[in-house]
Design a protein around this ligand. Structure first.
Ligand code: ADP
Ligand code: MG
Length: 701
C-alpha cells in the first residue's frame, strides 16, 4: 500500500506531534508525509565553500567564513541592548552583532577558538557587519558530519519560534526520507526517462532535499518541471486531436474568382510579408481537409482585418459562408464598413447583425442566411443566438478573442452541419511560451510586422499638474487638423467614482476647449447604443475634434486622423490595456502621440509600466514585461489560466523545457494516441487525476 504511506499524517513523523502538525498544515500546507517530501528547499548552501572576509564587497545573499573572535562587547540596556564581536580571518575582520538573546549567546563566545560563521552581511554606517550569524565551533561542525550541501527551506516566523526554522525542517525531512524511499509512483514511462537521462520522480524528490552535487540539482528539478509541463501539454494536445478527428474540416481547395479578382484589382495596398506568410499558413490548413483552429496574433494596426477578409473570400469561392464576430457593437460596425467598402465592386453579400438590428432586418438576414444568399455575416454576440442558422458556414472569424469565452466559441462551431474553420484574431500579443500553454489546442500565426510608413507613436508620461501644458499641446495638434482621444479608466467595482471622474473630466475639457471653435464627443458604457453610435460617428467623420471616452474604445476603433491619445489616471491601467489604447493612434501618416497622465503617487509597478510604455511600441516586448510583472496566471486576456499554477515549473523561465514537453507529448501521442500501452498507463491515470482536480485545465484554450 505505498500510496497509503505517503498519505500518513505528518503528526506521526518523529519530532512532529499534534501541535507542530497543526502549525505545518496551517503555515505551509504540509499535512502528510507526501506533502513534506514535496516541500523542496528553495536554495542550498554549499558548506564546503568558504568566503574570505576581505571579499565581502557587495550585498551577497550569505557567506560562510572561518576564523576567530576578538573584542566581545555588550552594549546598551533593555531594548537597546546588543552584543558585538569582531570576527577575523587571515584576510581581514568584520563585526558580528546580536540584538537578541545576548544573555545566552555571550557565554558561548570564546577567544582563540576557530569558528565557522554563517550569515548575511549587511551594511551599516558605511561598514559591513553580520547580524545574528550562525556561529559554530569548527570541531563541532566536523564531528556532526553535516551534509556538504545544506538545504534551505522557506519557513515562517511562527514555525521558527517552534523550532521549525529551515534547519528544523531539514531535520524532519532527514527523519522522513528513509521511511518513504521508493514510494512515489512515477507517471513517466521508463523508456522516456532513459531517453532523457532523467531520474525517477522518487529519486528526484529525495535528491533535491539533500543533493550531493549542486551541478546535479538542475537536472533533478527539471525532471519535476518537465512532468508538470508534459501533463498540461498532453491535456491540450489530446483535446486538440479529438476536435481534429471529430470535426473533419471543410476543404477550401480552390483559390477562386473572388479571391483573385479582389487580390489583383481591389486590394488597396500590398500585403506585408508577414501578412503573406500568415495567409500561406492558413491556406495550408484549409485546403487539406484538416480542421483549422488557428490563432492569428498581431500587434494593433498590423493588419489582421485584411487577412480575415481574404479568408472569407476563400470560403465563398468554395461555396461556403463566413461569419465575423467582434466583441463590441462599435467594432462590429467598423468591420462591416470596411468589408462592405472593400468588397463593394464584387458580388459579395455582406450584412451586419447586432443587438440593435431591427426585427424586420433581422428576419431578412435569417432568411438570406438560410438560403445561402448571404455570404458574410458580421456581428456581435448576436451571431451565436440559436436563431441564427447558416446554410453552409465554412469559416468563423473571431476578433479580439479574449472577450469571448470558450463556451461561446464552441457555440459558433455548432452553427452548421460541418464544423467551420476557426480563425481567432488577437491584438494582445502573448509571449510564445504562454501561447503554447494557453492555446495548446490552437495553432498560432504571428503578424510581426507593421505596414510600411508607420511612425512610432511618441509616448510621454506627464503628471496631473502639467495639464495646462498638455491642453496647449492638444490645441496645437487640433489646429493642424488632427483629432484627440481622452480616455478615462472604468473599473467595474468603483463605477460610480469613475463616472464622476469621467464627467468632471468632460466638463473641464469642454471648458478648456469651448464651442464653437472646438467640439467634444463623449462615449461611455452607460449610453444607449444609438447614442454611442452617433457620438462615435461625429468623431470618426471629423465633426468633433475630441473624443472623451471610457475604455469602450479600447478595442479596434479606427480613426486614422486621430493622432493624440491622452490616457487619464494611466497608473490604473494594465500594460496590455495601455498598449491597446495607444494602438488607436498612429494609424495615419502623421506623427502620433500618447500622453500618460498620472497623479504623483505611483507604485513601483506602475512606474515600470509607464517606463515600458515610454520606451517601446513593440507589443511583444510589452507582453514580456507584463508577464514578468504579473506572472503568467494574470495576463489580461487569459482569464481562463487564472488557476494555472505550477508547483515547480515557471513559465517565465522554463520556455525551453516547455518546448521539450510539447515535443515529447506529441511523440507520445503519435505512438499511442489513447495512452493505452502498458507503460503509458500510469501517465493516463495521472492525467485523469489531474483533470479531476483541475477541471479548469481541460478548458484552457
Ligand atoms: P488590426 O491588426 O489592429 O486589426 P487593421 O486590420 O485594422 O489592424 O489594419 C490597420 C490599418 O492598416 C488599416 O487602416 C488597414 O487598411 C491598414 N493596412 C493593413 N494592411 C496593410 C498593408 N499591408 N499595407 C498598408 N496598410 C495596411
Ligand atoms: Mg482589428
Amino acid at each position: 500500500m505505498p500510496e497509503k504511506d505517503l498519505q500518513t499524517s505528518i503528526e506521526y513523523l518523529k519530532g512532529v506531534g499534534a501541535a507542530r502538525a497543526e502549525l505545518l498544515a496551517g503555515e505551509l500546507g504540509v499535512r502528510t508525509f507526501g506533502d513534506l517530501l514535496q516541500y523542496l528547499p528553495f536554495r542550498y548552501v554549499d558548506r564546503t565553500a568558504f568566503h574570505r572576509v576581505a571579499d565581502i564587497v557587495s550585498d551577497v545573499s550569505a557567506v560562510q567564513l572561518k576564523g576567530t573572535l576578538s573584542r566581545v562587547q555588550e552594549m546598551g540596556a533593555g531594548k537597546k541592548q546588543r552584543l558585538t564581536a569582531v570576527f577575523e580571518d587571515e584576510s581581514g575582520s568584520i563585526e558580528l552583532v546580536w540584538f537578541k538573546g545576548v544573555k545566552w549567546i555571550k557565554p558561548k563566545l570564546h577567544y582563540g577558538k576557530t569558528y565557522v560563521c554563517y550569515g548575511k552581511p549587511s551594511r551599516f554606517n558605511g561598514r559591513w557587519n553580520i547580524p545574528h550569524p550562525e556561529l559554530e565551533d569548527e570541531d563541532e561542525v566536523k564531528k556532526r558530519n553535516l551534509p556538504r550541501i545544506q538545504p534551505v527551506y522557506s519557513t515562517t516566523e511562527k514555525l521558527s519560534s517552534r523550532g521549525l526554522n529551515s534547519n528544523g525542517i531539514a531535520r524532519l525531512v532527514r527523519e522522513l526520507l528513509p521511511q518513504v524511499k521508493g514510494l512515489v509512483p512515477d507517471p513517466l514511462p521508463e523508456s522516456f526517462l532513459k531517453k532523457l537521462r532523467f531520474p525517477s520522480k522518487d529519486d528526484a524528490l529525495h535528491y533535491l532535499h539533500f543533493p550531493e552535487d549542486l551541478q546535479q540539482v538542475e537536472r533533478h528539478r527539471n525532471r519535476l518541471k518537465l512532468e508538470e509541463l508534459l501533463m498540461l501539454q498532453l491535456l491540450l494536445l489530446i483535446r486538440k486531436r479529438q476536435t481534429t478527428v471529430e470535426l473533419p474540416g471543410v476543404r477550401f481547395e480552390a483559390v477562386g474568382d473572388l479571391f483573385m479578382q479582389f487580390y489583383e484589382k481591389y486590394l488597396p495596398f500590398e500585403l506585408t510579408s508577414a501578412q503573406k506568410r500568415v495567409m500561406r499558413e492558413i491556406r495550408g490548413d484549409v485546403n487539406t481537409g484538416r480542421h483549422m483552429n488557428r490563432l492569428v496574433q498581431g500587434d494593433v494596426g498590423s493588419g489582421k482585418t485584411i487577412v480575415a477578409m481574404l479568408c472569407a473570400l476563400l470560403a465563398i469561392d468554395n461555396g461556403y459562408q463566413a461569419a465575423v464576430m467582434a466583441p463590441t457593437e462599435i467594432l462590429a460596425t467598423q468591420h462591416f464598413e470596411s468589408f462592405s467598402s472593400m468588397l463593394n465592386k464584387l458580388p459579395v453579400n455582406v450584412r451586419l447583425l447586432t443587438g440593435s438590428t431591427k426585427t424586420k432586418e433581422r428576419n431578412e438576414i435569417h432568411e438570406m442566411l438560410d438560403s445561402g444568399e448571404l455570404h458574410i455575416l458580421i456581428g456581435t454576440h448576436a451571431l451565436i443566438e440559436p436563431k441564427v442558422k447558416f446554410q453552409n458556414l465554412g469559416l468563423a472569424v473571431i476578433d479580439e478573442q479574449h472577450r469571448f469565452g470558450v463556451a461561446q466559441r464552441a457555440r459558433l462551431w455548432k452553427k452548421s452541419k460541418v464544423a467551420p474553420h476557426i480563425l481567432v484574431m488577437t491584438a494582445t500579443p502573448i509571449p510564445r511560451t504562454l501561447a503554447m500553454t494557453l492555446y495548446g489546442d490552437l495553432d498560432v500565426s504571428t503578424i510581426d510586422e507593421l505596414p510600411p510608413g508607420r511612425k512610432e507613436v511618441k509616448t510621454v508620461h506627464r503628471f496631473d499638474n502639467a495639464r495646462l501644458k498638455v491642453f496647449r499641446f492638444l490645441k496645437d495638434e487640433i489646429a493642424k487638423g488632427r483629432q484627440v482621444y481622452v480616455v478615462y479608466p472604468l473599473i467595474e467595482e468603483s463605477q460610480v467614482m469613475d463616472y464622476k471622474d469621467l464627467m468632471d473630466g468632460y466638463e473641464s475639457i469642454t471648458r478648456a476647449f469651448p464651442m464653437p471653435e472646438y467640439r467634444v464627443s463623449i462615449v461611455h458604457g452607460r449610453m444607449k447604443p444609438e447614442d454611442k453610435e452617433i457620438e462615435m460617428r461625429q468623431f470618426s467623420t471629423g465633426k468633433t475634434q475630441i473624443l472623451v471616452a471610457t475604455t469602450v474604445i479600447e478595442v479596434g476603433v479606427n480613426v486614422p486622423n486621430a493622432s493624440v491619445m491622452v490616457i487619464e489616471s494611466a497608473e490604473r491601467f494594465g500594460l496590455s490595456q495601455l498598449h491597446q489604447l495607444r494602438g488607436r493612434v498612429g494609424r495615419g501618416a502623421e506623427q502620433s502621440y500618447c500622453i500618460l497622465m498620472t497623479g504623483d503617487e505611483l507604485s513601483k509597478e506602475a512606474v515600470v509600466r509607464l517606463e515600458t510604455m515610454c520606451r517601446t511600441n513593440d507589443g511583444f516586448e510589452i507582453a514580456e514585461v507584463d508577464l514578468d510583472l504579473r506572472g503568467a496566471g494574470d495576463i489580461s486576456g487569459t482569464q481562463q489560466s487564472g488557476q494555472m499554477q505550477f508547483q515547480y515549473a515557471d513559465l517565465n523561465e522554463d520556455g525551453e523545457l516547455l518546448k521539450t514537453a510539447r515535443h515529447l507529448a506529441n511523440e507520445l501521442l503519435d505512438a499511442d494516441p489513447d495512452l493505452n500501452m502498458p507503460e503509458n498507463r500510469p501517465l493516463a491515470r495521472a492525467l485523469e487525476r489531474l483533470q479531476k482536480n483541475r477541471p479548469d485545465w481541460s478548458l484552457v484554450s
